[in-house]
Design a protein. Structure first.
Length: 57
């Protein structure tokens, strides 16, 4: 398996997501902002896990 697709791409995607969230963060972020960030990272993790699991079969 190519390490670029298994670890580097998901890691880079999550880092870029956090950077964009922090870049566009309002002056006073609410709990909803942090929940959306966490939920987005969770969905990305599930997506890349699903891709990795699908390739393993």
């Amino acid at each position: 398996m190519n390490p670029f697709y298994t670890w580097l791409t998901p890691l880079l995607t999550m880092v870029v997501t956090v950077a964009v969230f922090l870049l566009l963060m309002p002056d006073e972020p609410t709990a909803l902002f942090w929940i959306n960030l966490g939920y987005t990272l969770l969905l990305e993790g599930l997506f890349f896990g699903w891709l990795l699991w699908g390739r393993a079969k």
